[in-house]
Design a protein around this ligand. Structure first.
Ligand SMILES: [Zn+2]
Length: 157
């Protein structure tokens, strides 16, 4: 996928996630057009993390799936954020970010705190993908819904 780095919009927010949208490319790379049945790849996760992640995403049944979810050590997370021209301020407590044009979710694996943590923040990232928006309030609106679906499906199983 061709990505023009110069066109990237840098999003600065004070919530625990950074999402980024390439406005120039969003017209023809709209994540909203991706079918929800599409397979996605998981990299850098332990078997247990990947199993948990796939179960949670299946239970949340988001309208838009990520293309890939990448678990990376903290130093690499910061490096990737830099490569994608996301400015992570000193002391910033971001734990995941989503690169919308490629539908890639990055997870800071050094901040991984288990199953609930993963479901909570993944719902937020899926919110960015479903809303196709880098705005935190748009992501959280969808995330509230997905977290409720996840909770009720966990109870059933
Ligand atoms: Zn976010």
């Amino acid at each position: 996928m061709k990505v023009t780095m110069g066109a990237f919009l840098v999003i600065l927010t004070a919530v625990p996630c950074l999402a980024q949208k390439n406005d120039a490319a969003s017209a023809d790379l709209s994540p909203a057009q991706a079918p929800a049945t599409e397979e996605y790849t998981v990299a850098g996760a332990t078997q247990e993390q990947e199993t948990t992640l796939r179960e949670q995403i299946r239970l949340m049944h988001p309208k838009v799936l990520p293309a890939r979810v990448v678990f990376v050590p903290h130093w690499k997370y910061l490096d990737d954020a830099r490569i994608f021209q996301l400015h992570v301020p000193t002391g910033y407590s971001s734990v995941m970010f989503t690169h919308l044009p490629s539908r890639t979710v990055f997870v800071d694996n050094d901040r991984y705190l288990g199953k609930e943590w993963l479901g909570h923040w993944m719902a937020h990232e899926l919110g960015h993908l479903e809303s196709n928006s880098a705005k935190e309030e748009d992501a959280e609106r969808v995330a509230h819904k997905l977290r409720a679906v996840l909770r009720s499906n966990y109870k059933k199983s």
